[in-house]
Design a protein around this ligand. Sequence first.
Ligand code: SF4
Length: 210
Amino acid sequence: MAYFIKEIFYSLQGEGLQSGRAAVFCRFAGCNLWSGREEDRTTAKCNFCDTDFIGINGQNGGKFYDAQSLVAKVTEYWPFSGGKPLVICTGGEPLLQMDSILVETFHQAGFEVAIETNGTLKPPPNIDWICVSPKANTSLILNYGNELKLVFPQINSPPELFQNLDFQYFFIQPMSGKQLYNNTQLALDYCLKHPQWRISLQTHNILNIQ
Ligand code: SF4
């Protein structure tokens, strides 16, 4: 199976529990909740996206004809200077393309495999770290994992909908954009009143890294 990859780069995880940890990011092209085109944003199921996931023309992106070639490319960007290699499969929606062969091939190359998903698709087995970021008005198929990261606030998607699901950690992340300051205040207030939830900030934006 071929994999369509928007970009591959080495950076620090900016969000959630693994924030600050070095990782190779592998951004899969395409999403099932938005075409990625501005003209479709208002009618999309998810309309607050801040990521370019269209096509394969980003940094080190391309079409990879099998799992070995994609894993070989990702491996090029891990510096091999200690630490457990981590690949974060993100998007777009990585579960549109990820399969067990790819996860296994990453494992054979020594990588821990993390995903960032909108939770509307089933994952292949053996993923090491599952981060689900649910979107309002969609069916949450993947209702378990390591961390649930709710972009906040979302109409029709209050934290109470998710607080009893089978996750180890629960994060509230202020929605980016023009209302970021207000959303951060709301998130801060919510976490103080509901200690089950932790705040997740987009520290890669604060650090001005990718
Ligand atoms: S689900 Fe994620 S990748 Fe897809 S449009 Fe929404 S924020 Fe963007």
